[in-house]
Design a protein around this ligand. Structure first.
Ligand code: GRF
Length: 193
């Protein structure tokens, strides 16, 4: 069961998948990593694990549909069973969704449908919620709007800053993502009778 992981940043979610895939008897492998920008730690993490990487930047003024078609081709070359968006900061488009829509998952550092978008932890903190968390969901054409697959609750503590809270959420988010990937890989290996 092969993954392609889409990244834009530090890649701690990717690292969790790389570490698990390296364990003996892992039910999944990471076949490739695609980034929308160069010079990010996630690419170093992939290289250190010997996983092929592709950088597919959305250059200024370039045609978004062309970028989406290029992303789709880059991902298709790895022939993934599942695409995992792990801190990827771009919205995939119609071409990508037509090809991989049913098997692309994303994580979000809040309990969707609350606090979608780029600043989940900051928005939760600003709203004063006492419990927030992480969500793993199926990517659709919207923003953080697809079918929810799993969630984990994370407390907001007194004195939390956005970073403190986001790091606490990411601990839960990493385990939640790994649990979902392992479950999907296991189901693929043993289809329900
Ligand atoms: C994760 O919390 C992800 O949900 C959010 O940004 C963080 C990515 O972290 N979009 P990393 O790049 O995997 O360290």
């Amino acid at each position: 069961f092969g993954l392609v992981v889409l990244v834009s940043g530090t890649g701690t979610l990717l690292q969790t998948l790389l570490d698990a895939a390296a364990e003996p008897g892992s039910v999944f492998a990471v076949r490739g990593v695609v980034a929308d920008r160069d010079g990010i730690a996630a690419l170093d993490r992939a290289a250190a694990a010997g996983v092929p990487t592709v950088v597919h930047p959305l250059t200024k003024g370039s045609d978004r549909a062309a970028w989406d078609a290029g992303l789709t081709e880059a991902v298709a070359r790895c022939d993934p069973d599942l695409v995992v968006s792990a801190g990827f900061m771009k919205l995939v488009g119609a071409t990508f969704l037509a090809r991989f829509g049913g098997r692309t998952i994303n994580t979000h550092p809040a309990l969707l449908p609350s606090f979608p978008g780029m600043h989940g932890p900051r928005d939760a903190l600003a709203h004063g919620v006492k419990i927030t968390g992480a969500t793993v969901f199926q990517v659709d054409e919207g923003v953080d709007s697809g079918r929810i697959l799993a969630q984990a609750a994370v407390p907001v503590l007194d004195g939390d800053t956005e970073d403190l809270l986001h790091e606490r959420i990411k601990v839960a988010e990493r385990q939640l993502l790994l649990d979902v990937v392992r479950d999907l890989a296991t189901r693929a290996a043993h289809p329900a009778h």
